[in-house]
Write a protein that binds this ligand. Structure first.
Ligand SMILES: [Zn+2]
Length: 218
């Protein structure tokens, strides 16, 4: 049976640790790292469950309706967790444009689950007029940083270099060709250009390493 003194010391140590975690910048940094590590534990727990739902041995035989049923089931499970543990609403400070490639996970890429990011996902990270307008709207809503990304081993970019795929997917491959032009047009939009000139907005262009999700200069 621990003595009163031992219990009092343990309670004091816990209170100090709690105050460190909650009240100090270093403690908040530790919480952020711990949160990220625990999310990673969650990814690891799910990662190997190939036989749980879309089983590899059935994936070529599973019907679209079976896939849909499984997706609804998983959504119910996930939404149940969300109901039990509601999340804070955040005001995004960053808007990212990312290819729709399923290997890219923007939560993993940023190491941040707090919803500080607007994420526009398009095939080949291509901007059209509507995405440019959406980015401008996001900037008007308080976004201070736009990150335009491409990524290694991009199927859309590969399609743009294949004569056969260019014939089959003319709109996609033409959009990849026009990607640089669309970025230039985005930067020339008066609302974007004036904020960049005033130091209220930064626009960065990066390439995501698909294997590691590390951002590198393009
Ligand atoms: Zn891609």
């Amino acid at each position: 049976m621990p003595s009163r003194r031992t219990l009092a010391l343990a309670a004091g140590a816990l209170a100090l640790a709690g105050a460190f975690l909650i009240l100090t910048p270093a403690g908040r940094s530790v919480q952020f790292l711990l949160g990220g590590a625990m999310v990673n534990v969650g990814y690891r727990l799910q990662d190997h469950l190939a036989s749980y739902d879309f089983a590899p041995e059935h994936e070529h035989h599973i019907s679209p309706e079976q896939v849909w049923t499984e997706m609804l089931h998983q959504n119910e499970l996930a939404a149940g967790v969300r109901r039990a543990f509601p999340r804070s609403a955040r005001h995004p400070l960053v808007a990212m444009v990312v290819c729709m490639d399923a290997r890219l996970d923007t939560v993993e890429l940023t190491g941040d689950t707090r919803k500080y990011y607007y994420v526009v996902r398009t095939a080949g990270s291509v901007l059209e007029a509507k995405e440019a307008e959406m980015l401008e709207l996001a900037v008007e809503n308080g976004v201070k940083l736009i990150v335009l990304t491409t990524h290694t081993d991009c199927a859309a970019e590969r399609a743009a270099t294949s004569a056969e795929l260019r014939r089959r997917f003319p709109a996609l491959t033409a959009a990849v060709d026009a990607r640089q032009l669309r970025v230039t047009e985005l930067l020339q939009r008066p609302a974007i250009a004036s904020r960049i000139a005033q130091g209220q907005l930064a626009v960065k262009r990066m390439c995501i390493d698909t294997a590691t999700e590390l951002l590198r200069p393009q």
